[in-house]
Design a protein around this ligand. Structure first.
Ligand code: NDP
Length: 322
């Protein structure tokens, strides 16, 4: 059981955590990144990435995360293969307990624990993930150019994803389990007015079915009113039934909204506790992109550095005054 100390403790190793680490390390803060249960985050479960700036050709999500990690280590980040199970935010040091029995103490804390797309949990869904099944139209819609696609869900995300997909496909179907949408009225109006989109009401998806080529070719649906089963042919199935931020650890310790996303001061990664910052999907339920996560990770590191500099200045002034 070892105690690791650092000026910047980062929990989470997706684009937000690793960008914070790169900036923090270059500022001489010798950050520690505790990687968590899914090192590299959500990008490690995607395949092709075409929207991360800087790469003309398609890159692979896992490769991008390996490169980000290597870059973070290259500039002086210490990566820890551990999962935080408890955290003490009372300060002045922020103390995290790892599953390994080790303890991590940070003068500042950057929370970058991310979020997970919620899945239906029906047969075929995981097996066909990346082979027609996706939870992100912005990431994967482009691969369905001219094809038939379906979006499952009835909230803002589902409607936005359906609208977005009309940039690539003329045949988009929204499949919802009820007869009314949860999405905002303005989005509903846009959806229902779009000639490229049809809506299937009162249907649940019970199975994702593969075709002969091993990729998705149909959904098995059940009508919630009649119980009738049907097969819906489609090349793409976008599951958009919400995301769950990984904030269990912070319940009762940091303010969060109804969805469990951490509250930050608008336009900043600052939480209500000075020295504790949140970045990436754990505080952003709207944009949720790798590049926006990386951006807020950078902001967290810059703010952490400023926080320490101000604290040090205040302490020195205090000593000088005595
Ligand atoms: P929501 O929780 O708002 O909606 C989830 C949708 O998925 C609901 O329609 C729900 O159905 C459906 N659903 C949930 N579980 C299942 C299931 N097992 N089977 C079938 N359907 C299911 O999630 P969103 O991701 O849409 O939005 C999350 C938050 O982010 C919201 O507050 C939203 O307003 C916000 N947001 C805002 C945006 C913006 O302002 N531009 C863009 C995107 C999100 P049912 O309705 O029957 O419960």
């Amino acid at each position: 059981m070892t105690t690791h100390t650092t000026r910047m403790l980062i929990i989470g190793s997706g684009p937000a955590g690793l960008s914070a680490a790169i900036y923090g390390a270059r500022a001489g803060m010798e950050p520690i990144v505790v990687q968590g249960l899914q090192p590299g985050g959500q990008l490690t479960i995607t395949t092709d990435v075409e929207n991360y700036p800087g790469f003309r050709d398609v890159i692979q999500g896992p490769w991008l995360m390996q490169e980000m990690q290597a870059q973070a280590e290259q500039v002086g980040t210490r990566m820890m293969w551990d999962t935080i199970t408890d955290i003490d935010l009372t300060g002045p040091k922020f103390i995290a307990s790892g599953d390994s029995g080790d303890t991590y103490e940070g003068d500042t804390l950057v929370i970058a624990t991310g979020a997970q797309a919620r899945w239906l949990g029906v047969p075929g869904e995981q097996a066909l993930s990346g082979k027609g099944v996706s939870a992100c139209a912005t990431c994967d819609g482009f691969f369905f150019r001219g094809k038939k696609v379906a979006v499952i869900g009835g909230g803002n995300t589902a409607v936005e994803e359906a609208l977005y997909l009309t940039n690539h496909s003329d045949d988009v179907t929204l499949i919802h389990r009820r007869d009314s949408l949860r999405a905002e009225k303005i989005l509903q109006d846009r959806l229902l007015a779009n000639p490229k989109i049809s809506v299937l009401w009162n249907k649940t998806v019970e199975e994702f079915q593969a075709g002969g080529d091993g990729s998705l070719n149909a959904l098995r649906l059940v009508d919630t009113q009649s119980g009738e089963e049907s097969i819906f042919a489609t090349d793409g199935g976008f599951v958009a039934i919400g995301h769950a931020p990984s904030t269990e650890l912070f319940k009762g310790k940091l303010a969060m909204d109804d969805g469990g996303y951490l509250d930050v001061q608008p336009g900043t990664p600052k939480t209500a506790i000075p020295g504790v910052f949140a970045c990436g999907d754990v505080m952003d339920q709207v944009y949720r992109q790798a590049v926006t996560a990386a951006g807020t990770g950078c902001m967290a590191a810059l703010d952490a550095e400023r926080y320490l500099a101000e604290k040090q200045f205040a302490e020195q002034s205090h000593v000088a005054a005595e």
